[in-house]
Design a protein around this ligand. Structure first.
Ligand code: PHE
Length: 391
C-alpha cells in the first residue's frame, strides 16, 4: 500500500509537470513571471498618490514624476527590471490604508513611493513599517511620518523638509522680510499637516516678536467661513496664514477678500497647484521645495525632460516624486538586492545624493536637511521666485 501510493504520487507530479509546462503555467515563462512580479529579477514599486478627490493635481504630478525617474533608467536598476504600480488613495486616510494593503499583500511591492499628504502618509507609514516595506514620501512634511511617539519607523523616509522648518521659514519671512507684526491663523482641525504647520508658524511668529490676533479652526467639509472670517476681520491683521491645500485656501481667500480682509495671504507647500485660484491669491507668498525657475543644472534638465514628456512645467510635487523615486532606485542599486532590510539600510546610508531639489543625506529620522523656497503668487498663474532659505 505504501509503495503503491508513493508511485502514484510520483506519477501525479509527472503528469502535473507536463500539463503545466504545456500550458505555460509552471512559472517558467519569463514574460508571465515578470508581469506577476514574482521572479527574482523584477522589483515592483507602488506609487501611492491622490489621483482623484480634492487634491488630484498632487497625484497626477506625483505619478508623472516617479514614472519619469524609472523611465530615465530604462526601467532597470542593475539586473532588476522595475515595474511601477500606481494606486489612488483619494487623499483619504482609510482608503490610503486599503490600497496600500493591496500593494503590499497582493502586488507584493518591494517599496512604495508616497503618499503625498501627511494625513494619508502617516497611517500608511505605520503599515509599511510593520510589513517591512521601504517607503519614501516625496512631500509629506509632518513629523509623524517617520517618527511617532518618539519611535523611528525605520523603513520610512521622505525627500522633503519637515513642517517645524517650513513654519519657521514662513514666520521669519513675514516678520523680517515683509516687516509684519500681526497675523491671524486659520487651519483645518482634522488634518495633521495644517495643525502642525499652524502651530509651527504661531510659535515662531510669537517668538520673533509678532502677535497672533486669532488662531481659529474649521472642519474638512466646511465651505462657509463667514463666522471665523468676521472675527478675524475685526482685528485687522496684517497677515492671514492659511496652511491648507490649494482648493481650500482658494475658497477661504475669496471669502476673506469679500469680507474686506486685505491682509497678505501666506501659506505652505499645499498651495502648489495649477488649480490654485491665482487671481484670488494674487500677491500671497508660500513656502515650497523647489522653483522651476531655479537656474541650477539639475533643475534645468529636469524641467526640460518633464516638459518634453508631459507638455507642462513640473511643480514641486513632480520634482519631489522624481527625487523620492530616484532615492529608492539608488538604494536598490546599492543594496543590489530585493531584500527590504538591505534596501532600508542602503537608504539610511544615502550620502550627498544629488536630487532635483537639493543634495540628500538622511538624518537619523529619515529626513533630509534641505532649503526652502519662497514663491509669490501672481494673478496670471505664475509663481515668482522670491528667495531661498537654508536651515
Ligand atoms: N506637505 C504637504 C503635506 O504634508 C503635502 C504637499 C507637499 C502638498 C508639497 C503640496 C506640495 O500634507
Amino acid at each position: 500500500m505504501r509503495v503503491r501510493s508513493k508511485w502514484f504520487a510520483v506519477l501525479m507530479v509527472l503528469i502535473l509537470s507536463v500539463a503545466l509546462a504545456a500550458t505555460g503555467c509552471g512559472g517558467k515563462k519569463e514574460g508571465e513571471q515578470k508581469a506577476a512580479g514574482t521572479d527574482d529579477k523584477t522589483i515592483k514599486i507602488g506609487i501611492l498618490a491622490p489621483l482623484t478627490g480634492d487634491v488630484k493635481t498632487f497625484g497626477e504630478s506625483t505619478v508623472n514624476g516617479a514614472k519619469l525617474a524609472v523611465e530615465q533608467r530604462g526601467g532597470k536598476v542593475g539586473d532588476f527590471s522595475i515595474v511601477v504600480v500606481p494606486a489612488d488613495d483619494r487623499n483619504d486616510p482609510t482608503e490610503a490604508v486599503n490600497v496600500a494593503t493591496k500593494l503590499i499583500s497582493q502586488d507584493k511591492v518591494v517599496g512604495i513611493v508616497g503618499s503625498v499628504t501627511s494625513k494619508t502618509t502617516i497611517p500608511v507609514s505605520k503599515l509599511a513599517n510593520d510589513n517591512k516595506v521601504v517607503m519614501i514620501s516625496g512631500t509629506a512634511t509632518n513629523e509623524k511620518v517617520t517618527v511617532d511617539e518618539g519611535k523611528r519607523k525605520e523603513f520610512v523616509f521622505r525627500a522633503c523638509f519637515i513642517d517645524p522648518f517650513q513654519g519657521k521659514v514662513a514666520a521669519k519671512f513675514a516678520l523680517e522680510n515683509l516687516k509684519k507684526k500681526t497675523a491671524a491663523v486659520l487651519y483645518d482641525q482634522g488634518n495633521d499637516y495644517t495643525i502642525g504647520l499652524a502651530n509651527n508658524f504661531k510659535e515662531n511668529f510669537t517668538k520673533g516678536g509678532g502677535t497672533i490676533t486669532d488662531f481659529l479652526a474649521y472642519s474638512k467639509d466646511d465651505t462657509d467661513f463667514s463666522a471665523v472670517l468676521t472675527n478675524i476681520a475685526k482685528k485687522n491683521p496684517e497677515v492671514l496664514f492659511l496652511p491648507d491645500y490649494y482648493q481650500k485656501v482658494s475658497l477661504i481667500g475669496k471669502q476673506a477678500r469679500a469680507k474686506g480682509i486685505n491682509a497678505v495671504f501666506i501659506g505652505g507647500d499645499g498651495w502648489d497647484s495649477s488649480d490654485l485660484d491665482y487671481k484670488t491669491m494674487d500677491g500671497g507668498y508660500f513656502t515650497n521645495h523647489y522653483s522651476a525657475d531655479d537656474p541650477s543644472p539639475q533643475v534645468k534638465k529636469f524641467v526640460e525632460d518633464y516638459k518634453a514628456k508631459y507638455g507642462k512645467t513640473p511643480d514641486a510635487l513632480a520634482a519631489l516624486a522624481y527625487d523620492a523615486c530616484s532615492l529608492l532606485l539608488n538604494a536598490i542599486q546599492t543594496a543590489n538586492s530585493k531584500d527590504p532590510v538591505k534596501i532600508k539600510d542602503a537608504m539610511q546610508a544615502t550620502k550627498d545624493f544629488q536630487t532635483v531639489s537639493g543634495k540628500v543625506t538622511f538624518d537619523k529620522d529619515g529626513n533630509p536637511i534641505k532649503a526652502a523656497t519662497i514663491l509669490q503668487v501672481k494673478a496670471d498663474g505664475k509663481q515668482a521666485f522670491v528667495t531661498t532659505v537654508s536651515p
